[in-house]
Design a protein around this ligand. Structure first.
Ligand code: CAA
Length: 257
């Protein structure tokens, strides 16, 4: 399949998606959204793919929603079409997605990184929600996901001033799980994704569901949900294989069933 705004490849058991609008610092327009949904759907349908890495260029992961596309829009139209709501589908990817961020991750770019399951950043990464400087506010989840990731104080600081934070500050505040040298970024993300892809797919997908449930429910309900998923994994061949392999001191051969 030919993409206009993405480079989509498979590396081993990992799907690699590279945002590719260099002339606009990977600004996210409606074509990027449409193509990203198609790429994710193809990887979801591909049994050999166990995890996805989403990245941009060295200069920019993505510098936000496309301002030039948004500039002429009017309230009534974007309200009626529920403009940008399609990104919710990207956030609901069921296979794990790792964001590998180098350079600018601003506005919708920061929000897209936060839709991924975790973020590995290059030392050059810069995160921010500068929408306020355009006379608007974050619209793809920034006020909600950033607040949950870094807490109210830093989210307010970033969203109200529009300032950028560097990779070290992003890691300190919990937005980013690892910071690596720029030349290590893709290898580190692919290695993490390959590790995930080598594990039992039902348990990986349920682990993702369980962690995400922590953001949506009470502790008691979340604990019950986790326990029920845990119980259900004892119905899989992979639980039998994983535990037998441990006892027999060998590597498990998961069949993802
Ligand atoms: N939309 C459209 N085009 C963009 C863009 C964006 N978000 N960000 C950068 N570009 C374009 C620039 O217009 C420029 O194009 P031209 O060469 O045709 O002029 C090209 O990318 C290179 O950008 P700069 O010349 O500005 O590069 P720089 O190195 O001087 O600055 C930057 C880099 C600080 C990231 C700057 O480009 C910038 O501030 N970009 C906008 C960041 C922003 O405000 N993002 C939030 C968007 S709103 C949003 O995302 C809403 C939401 O939550 C849904």
């Amino acid at each position: 399949m030919a993409y206009e705004t993405l480079i989509v490849e498979t590396r081993g058991n990992v799907g690699l998606v590279t945002l590719n609008r260099p002339q606009a610092l990977n600004a996210l327009n409606s074509t990027v959204l449409k193509e990203l949904k198609e790429a994710y759907a193809a990887f979801h349908a591909d049994e050999t793919v166990g995890a996805i890495v989403l990245t941009g260029s060295e200069r920019a992961f993505a510098a936000g929603a496309d301002i030039k596309e948004m500039q002429p829009l009017e309230f009534a139209d974007i309200y009626k079409s529920d403009f940008i709501s399609g990104w919710d589908e990207v956030a609901k990817a069921r296979k794990p997605v790792i964001a590998a961020v180098s350079g600018f991750a601003l506005g919708g770019g920061c929000e897209l990184a936060m839709m991924c399951d975790f973020v590995i950043a290059s030392e050059t990464a810069k995160f921010g929600q500068p929408e306020i400087t355009l006379g608007v506010i974050p619209g793809m989840g920034g006020s909600q996901r950033l607040t949950r990731a870094v807490g109210k104080a830093k989210a307010m600081d970033l969203i109200l001033t529009g300032r950028m934070m560097d990779a070290a500050e992003a890691e300190r505040s919990g937005l980013v799980s690892r910071v690596v040298a720029p030349e290590r970024l893709i290898d580190e993300a692919l290695a993490a994704a390959e590790k995930i892809a080598s594990l039992s797919r039902p348990s990986v997908m349920m682990a993702k569901e369980a962690v995400n449930r922590a953001f949506e429910t009470t502790l008691e309900e979340g604990l019950r949900f986790e326990r029920r998923l845990f119980h259900s994994l004892f119905a899989t061949d992979d639980q039998k294989e994983g535990m037998a392999a441990f006892v027999e001191k060998r590597k498990p051969a998961f069949t993802h069933r």
